[in-house]
Design a protein around this ligand. Structure first.
Ligand SMILES: Nc1ncnc2c1ncn2[C@@H]1O[C@H](COP(=O)(O)OP(=O)(O)O)[C@@H](O)[C@H]1O
Ligand code: SF4
Ligand SMILES: [Mg+2]
Length: 338
């Protein structure tokens, strides 16, 4: 699948030049820089990268959920409207209704003192304006949709449910108004492996049935590999590689992606040694000039330390973009292995 580019009109969410800076003790620091991501309708676009890469800040910036210390620039186009410059009341009417979000910790976003059915019904009453009984009956249908059946769940309080069930409730609440886009920020990270794959299977079914696009944020590459259509790899706040999932996992064109994949356990290869990436992600206020990955990159040369590599199209098929001066040479390694 070719990547959506700026000439393709079909993105349901079109993020361009997104930059987020925070005011702190050490002045204003950029944590997300010039991020371009285009999410196609009813597709899964994964945003991956190590902890601190800027994934959650990107997600929150899209929906105006950052604290007042953040300065956000760029554009987030949803149906001709730029969400970044929308009046607060218009953004509120889109958030949770047309673009919804689920988080890593459902606990933090469920009301502990409200029964599950009542809190889903509340979302419907706020956004759709229907009466209590009708909202409760729709809440029950939504719980069925996320495979939580029966009156017991409807009447349960969040603390009476397991972690996986709570995440299903959060998803039911997020999809209550049949959003066109779901932003899922590490929705399975707090769950054990079996439940993780059940939640991903559920999200995939909902994507198809509701024709809903998903911006899936994760650091879990095996999960992303089987689920995403497109992948954007974030490093130190910048997109360093962007490709269809098939293209990225068959042959990455950026040393960071390459290392990230090599550092991921592969269940089909038992007893393997993982090639951990040396060093750590730089703090946002200490990102080196040139390529931010240079201090950890085995291929770094002088040019990398002085010249910022642009995110550029690689090849003629527009299958991918890479922000490495030597993307073509990086790819020669995997092409030679084939
Ligand atoms: N409210 C905030 N104020 C200042 N810095 C923040 C704030 N929220 C996040 N950051 C910083 O932004 C960077 C990216 O964070 P985040 O998007 O949460 O990373 P992740 O990719 O793990 O989701 C981190 O260095 C984090 O410390
Ligand atoms: S630009 Fe240089 S330092 Fe950066 S990833 Fe490519 S080879 Fe490595
Ligand atoms: Mg995060």
């Amino acid at each position: 699948m070719a990547l959506l580019d700026a000439d393709t009109p079909s993105a349901v969410l079109d993020i361009s030049g997104l930059t987020v800076r925070f005011d702190g003790r050490r002045g204003r620091v950029a944590v997300v820089r010039d991020v371009d991501v285009r999410v196609a309708p009813a597709s899964v676009h994964a945003l991956v990268g190590e902890s601190g890469a800027g994934k959650s800040v990107t997600a929150r910036a899209i929906l105006g959920l950052l604290p007042a210390t953040a300065t956000v620039s760029g554009r987030v186009i949803y149906h001709d409207a730029d969400l970044l410059s929308l009046a607060p009341h218009r953004l509120r009417s889109i958030r949770g209704k047309r673009i919804a979000m689920v988080f890593q910790q459902p606990d933090k976003h469920l009301n502990p003192s409200l029964r599950v059915g009542a809190q889903i019904a509340e979302v419907l009453r706020y956004h759709v304006g229907i009466g209590r009984q009708q909202a409760l009956s729709q809440a029950r249908e939504l719980l069925d949709l996320v495979e939580l059946h029966g009156r017991d769940v409807l009447r349960a309080f969040p603390h009476e449910l397991s972690g996986g069930m709570k995440q299903r409730v959060a998803i039911a609440s997020a999809i209550a108004c049949h959003p066109e886009v779901l932003i899922a920020d590490e929705p399975t990270t707090a769950l054990d492996a079996t439940i993780q794959s059940q939640i991903v299977t559920l999200l995939d079914r909902l994507r198809r049935e509701l024709r809903m696009a998903i911006l899936f944020i994760s650091h879990d590459l095996p999960l992303v590999r089987g689920f995403a259509d497109e992948v954007s790899v974030l490093y130190a706040g910048r997109v360093v590689e962007q490709a269809s999932s098939a293209a990225l996992f068959s042959c990455s064109h950026h040393p960071y992606t390459d290392r990230l994949i090599a550092a991921t356990p592969d269940p089909t290869r038992r007893g393997q040694r993982l090639a951990a990436i040396p060093g750590t992600v730089p703090d946002p206020d200490a990102v080196p000039p040139g390529c931010a990955f240079a201090p950890r990159c085995p291929l770094a040369v002088e040019r990398c330390r002085s010249e910022l590599p642009a995110l550029r199209r690689i090849g003629v098929a527009d299958e991918r973009r890479s922000a490495c001066h030597f993307a073509e040479q990086v790819a020669e390694g995997c092409l030679a292995d084939e």
